[in-house]
Ligand binder design. Sequence first.
Ligand SMILES: *[C@@H]1O[C@H](CO)[C@@H](O)[C@H](O)[C@H]1NC(C)=O
Ligand SMILES: *[C@@H]1O[C@H](CO)[C@@H](O)[C@H](O)[C@H]1NC(C)=O
Length: 400
Amino acid sequence: MAMERLRKSLLVIACLTTVLFIWRGQIAGNPENCICTEMVAVESPSVLTKSSLNEQIGDSSDTYLLEKSVMATDILENVGDIWDASVDKEAYLRAKYDNFCYKPEEPYFKHVQPLERSKLKQRGCRKKLPQIIMPGARKCGTGALLRFLKIHPNITGAPEEPHFFDQRRANLTTSDYSEKMPYSTDSQLVIEKTPTYFYRPHNTPQLIKDEISSDTKIIIVLCDPVRRAVSDYLEFIWREKRRSEKHVVGKKLDSFEHLVWDHATIRGGINQLNEMIDVGIYAKHLIRWFDVFSRDQILLLDGTLLLTDPLSELKTVERFLGLRSFFQKDHFSMNEERGIFCMDFPSEYCLPGCKGRKHPHVDDKVWASLCDFYAPYDRSLEQMTGKHFSWVGKCASQDQ
Ligand SMILES: *[C@@H]1O[C@H](CO)[C@@H](O)[C@H](O)[C@H]1NC(C)=O
Ligand SMILES: *[C@@H]1O[C@H](CO)[C@@H](O)[C@H](O)[C@H]1NC(C)=O
């Protein structure tokens, strides 16, 4: 059984490696395209050495066992006592504010008004580098996850995406980075999310390890790469429209189908050089994170589950971070009208909708090609991680 799994993993990863090397060849022949520099960098040979791949495959069965044992403790935990901060609003406010650095303000994930200087000092509040980094993937629900997590009394986080590693100017130091974090005490974990880190720059994992800490915990949310690409496109359109409103230029925008299709070859196909497509090749990017951080430092979440069952994903995060269990079933309820989860405790809060971005119907042929394109990468992802993702194998119908 185990041998069979291992053999399959090897086959799939060998396949992936071949694909990447063929791809690399294509890129090398096309140097004037500006996207290419980045793509070549992404596939630096160190990433795909045989030994590192073997290591990863060897690890995946361990991860699987780890996940099972975590489930078992979860059951015990639920039988145990419940933190009063989880059920009583006064107790929540005490846990969230009595020892920490900000004035209470709704919604409670916002930390806007710090206490007076003397009080900050007295409580040991300071700005420290993030211990947890959420590098993406873009459009998979990292923003929603961050808001929920920051409700936990022991978690605080950057109010905005710092983009420290991807847009950094030469003279920006780690103290500029910590300046972007909220005040926190030693009893709080600081988290930041910047959804571009997942895929660029290619050495972000190494930079985090070298410049921040080798103990940094990484939380990566992944979701259906086909739908992710469409969401990415909608955001792109939204930004372009906003920009043209400002500059009054009436530019006609290319359709999603046009942008993701490879027009350079006669046969056509999905254009993997397009960033909207590249981000969703999760296995390829994940290898670079697995190369630098140990497997128990990286938590992978299913962005689809985050929408349909946020509690289970939040409990997974609590266990991963070693925090006392705060989130409870009755903290969340489904808003049937909008089809999203809202928080009922400690105060009512609904995630913002998708800024009015309803997914358009994608040309069926292009949709089917996208499904075919990502299927082998999704299988590699499951083999590499020993984890099943809810969207895998369910791509065929786009109107679900
Ligand atoms: C250093 O950063 C400042 C802004 O903080 C900027 O004005 C300046 O041009 C930068 N210098 C270099 C050499 O990058
Ligand atoms: C959470 O914060 C409380 C203070 O409110 C502290 O006593 C406790 O140790 C913290 N838990 C962790 C895991 O840091």
